[in-house]
Design a protein around this ligand. Structure first.
Ligand code: BES
Ligand code: MN
Ligand code: MN
Length: 462
């Protein structure tokens, strides 16, 4: 791919400025207060795709936020790459913990990003990573080097479960037909240790409600004589793990894929420092399922975590009260072969069975999705690996991630194609957290690497 570094050097400032403009739009899909901003972000993505050289770009309406679809078809005989990404972002809360306003991007350098990083909600997840693809296309089109066909599908509901994308994909199989799907919405080990994500975990997300007496009660007059929903809820949650931190839901592990000794040994070769891990999080010890390493716990093992818990009095001072209700939001990360709907049912049955007399329990499923594993013996992985070798000077390490992009397994089912996860973020980029950022180096490296993927994938497909 000739002159990509030159093109980058020339256009670097503009590439950063354009991303900055996109990051200023607070496209928070979870909060209806931002609905116009989410729509504005879809328009901005459309404009950028047209500018980059797509022949056609449409805003496809759904029952929720629109999907931006664009394409450049140069020759139907050539392979077609489908790029997926999302323009919606997580809520910025807690706002107080940001060092600069979440939708006013600034560049600051950090220990791992000495060249600077762009601080803003969505910088890494996923606007910055999605925009690398727009700029890579621009380069290939403007320099007449686009070697294949390309389609873009950028959605606005990823952070809220991609509810309408499934229908869109099922109804547009022809339009979305492709030879490989390419996504940059994950991470890599470190800037000097490139890796390609080969697995994602599935997800089951539920909300639980425990109801005791029909009204809040004086904790002196009634305390000790009736079930306190908060006491009960916390006890029920505690019972979901045993002393080895195994999950106690009957049948939960039945379909879990057990990795062979060899596979685990291979995984353990990835560079990892437990000391640095603890230091970065300011913890004295790690914690988790007995018999597994930290990297296994956060990728190949399923988990159950409370994401939020509330009830009773949390105002100033003290109020002596037994609340009528207590609530929690619980997520389970799942691994290959676990079916999220089945796990949700197992959770529901078990959780209800844990309730003592004197309370009622309601379990409401939210969203979920299947996990995913990419094979590494196909042209897609080989092309990606070669692309990283070219631009990083190192062979990337295949690595499973703990995060979830539920729609990936659906792509495989509906479109019958594999997904390659070329993520350029770092775990320390604080996605979903205050002070999210994306390294300027990573942003440019992504733009540099993607065109090589196109080139090698096209060559390998011949
Ligand atoms: N981009 C993330 C997922 C991710 C991040 C995977 C880093 C691997 C490494 C995505 O936007 C996300 O946040 N997914 C959600 C699930 C979704 C259903 C809300 C998640 O993983 O919590
Ligand atoms: Mn994402
Ligand atoms: Mn996310």
């Amino acid at each position: 791919m000739h002159d990509i570094t030159e093109y980058l050097a020339k256009n670097k400032e503009r590439f950063i400025n354009e991303l900055t403009q996109l990051l200023k739009i607070p496209s928070v899909s979870a909060d209806p207060a931002y609905s116009q901003d989410v729509i504005n972000a879809s328009e901005a993505v459309k404009a950028s795709l047209l500018e980059a050289g797509c022949d056609t770009v449409e805003i496809c309406e759904t029952n929720g936020y629109p999907i931006v679809y664009g394409e450049k078809i140069i020759n139907p005989e050539l392979p077609t790459i489908l790029v997926y990404g999302h323009y919606d972002v997580q809520p910025a809360d807690p706002i107080d913990l940001w060092n600069s306003p979440p939708f006013e991007p600034v560049i600051k350098s950090t220990d791992v990003h000495p060249e600077g990083a762009i601080f803003a909600r969505g910088a890494c997840d996923d606007k910055g990573q999605m925009y690398m693809h727009v700029k890579a296309l621009e380069f290939m089109v403007k320099t007449n080097q686009l070697p294949c066909n390309v389609k873009f599908m950028i959605e606005g509901e990823e952070e809220v479960g991609s509810e309408n994308l499934g229908t869109f994909v099922a109804e547009n199989k022809e339009k979305l037909a492709n030879d490989i799907i390419l996504i940059s919405d994950t991470g890599m080990i470190a800037n000097n240790v490139p890796s390609i994500t080969t697995g994602l975990r599935g997800l089951s997300y539920v909300e639980v409600e425990v109801t005791g007496p029909n009204r809040d009660l004086h904790s002196g007059l009634y305390g000790g004589a009736v079930a306190n929903p908060i006491n009960v809820l916390t006890k029920m949650i505690a019972a979901l793990h045993d002393e080895n931190n195994h999950i106690t839901i009957p049948g939960f592990y039945d379909k879990v894929e057990e990795l062979s000794k060899e596979e685990r040994a291979e995984m353990a070769k990835a560079p990892f420092s437990l000391e640095n891990y603890k230091k970065a999080l300011d913890i004295k010890a790690v914690y988790g399922e007995r018999g597994y390493t930290t990297n296994e716990r956060n990728s190949i093992r399923p988990t159950l975590d409370v994401n939020g818990i509330w009830g009773g009095y949390i105002g100033a001072g003290a109020k002596t009260v037994i609340a009528s209700k207590a609530y929690a939001k619980i997520s389970m990360r799942l691994v290959p072969h676990q079916d999220w709907k089945e796990i949700t049912e197992l959770f529901k049955t078990h959780f209800e069975s844990l309730a003592p007399d004197g309370v009622t329990v309601k379990v409401t499923p939210h969203h979920g999705g299947q996990g995913y594993v990419t094979p590494i013996d196909n042209n897609g992985y080989k092309a990606a690996s070669k692309a990283y070798e070219t631009t990083f000077g190192k062979t990337p390490i295949p690595q499973r991630s703990g995060g979830s992009i539920p729609i990936v397994s659906l792509f495989e089912k509906e479109l019958k194609s594999k997904t390659i996860l070329m993520g350029f973020g770092l775990d320390s980029d604080a996605i979903h957290s205050p002070n999210e950022h994306f390294g300027v180096w990573n942003y440019l490296k992504g733009i540099e690497t993607i065109p090589y993927f196109y080139q090698y994938f096209t060559e390998l497909s011949k």
